[in-house]
Unconditional design. Structure first.
Length: 211
C-alpha cells in the first residue's frame, strides 16, 4: 500500500513547483502583452487624432518625407480601425491584419526617415512602436489567435476566456475594450494643444522648419 502511494506523492511534490512556475510565467507573459498592447493602441489612437485633424507636425513631416498631404487622412482612418481591432476581444483574423498594418506603418516610417538621411532621433520612436507591435503580436493570448497559430499551451484554455481567465468576446469584454478606447481618445484630444507646441519645437530642432 505504502509502496504504491509514495511515487504518487513524490510526483505531486515535484509538480507543485512546476505548476507555480507555469503560473508565474503566464502572469509575466500576460503583463508584457497588455503593456505592449496598450502602448501601440495608444499610439494608434493618438496618431489617428493627429492625422485626421491634422496637426502641424504631421503636415511638416509629410512634406519633409515627400508624401502627399492626403496621406494623413488615409493613415488616420486606418489607425482608428487598427486600434479597435487590436484592443477588442476575439476577431483573430482581423487582428492579424491590424498587426500587419501597424508593423508596416511604423517600419515604413523608419525606412522613410532613413531614406531621406534623418538621424536616429527622427525614427527611434517609430522603431520602438514596431518592436512593441511585434511583442504584442507574439504574446497575445489564445482567444486572440487564429486556431492554427495557437501555442500548444494555449489550446488548453477555454474558448470564452484567455489564459488569465479574463472575459473573452462577450459584452463585458467589448465594454472594457470600448472604455479603454474612449479614455485614450479623450486623453489624445485633451493633450492636443500641448502636443502641438512640443512637436513644433521638435520640428524646429530637427531643422525641418524655421522658428
Amino acid at each position: 500500500m505504502h509502496t504504491t502511494t509514495m511515487p504518487q506523492q513524490a510526483t505531486d511534490e515535484k509538480s507543485a513547483p512546476a505548476a507555480r512556475k507555469d503560473r508565474d510565467s503566464s502572469r509575466i507573459r500576460l503583463i508584457a502583452f497588455w503593456a505592449t498592447t496598450l502602448v501601440i493602441v495608444f499610439e494608434l489612437v493618438a496618431g489617428s487624432v493627429w492625422n485626421l485633424v491634422p496637426i502641424e507636425w504631421i503636415e511638416i513631416q509629410l512634406k519633409h518625407l515627400g508624401y502627399p498631404h492626403f496621406l494623413a487622412y488615409v493613415l488616420g482612418a486606418w489607425q482608428v480601425g487598427a486600434a479597435v481591432a487590436i484592443i477588442a476581444p476575439g476577431l483573430p483574423l482581423i487582428k492579424e491584419w491590424a498587426y500587419a498594418g501597424a508593423f508596416f506603418l511604423w517600419s515604413g516610417a523608419v525606412a522613410s526617415h532613413m531614406a531621406v538621411g534623418d538621424g536616429f532621433g527622427s525614427w527611434s520612436a517609430a522603431m520602438f512602436f514596431t518592436i512593441c507591435a511585434i511583442a504584442s503580436w507574439m504574446l497575445r493570448p489564445a482567444d486572440r489567435r487564429l486556431p492554427r497559430t495557437r501555442l500548444l499551451r494555449d489550446r488548453t484554455v477555454g474558448a470564452g476566456q484567455n489564459e488569465a481567465g479574463l472575459p473573452g468576446a462577450g459584452v463585458r469584454g467589448w465594454t472594457v475594450a470600448l472604455g479603454i478606447l474612449v479614455v485614450l481618445y479623450a486623453v489624445s484630444f485633451l493633450t492636443l494643444p500641448v502636443v502641438e507646441d512640443v512637436m513644433h519645437e521638435n520640428a524646429v530642432e530637427l531643422g525641418w522648419i524655421d522658428e
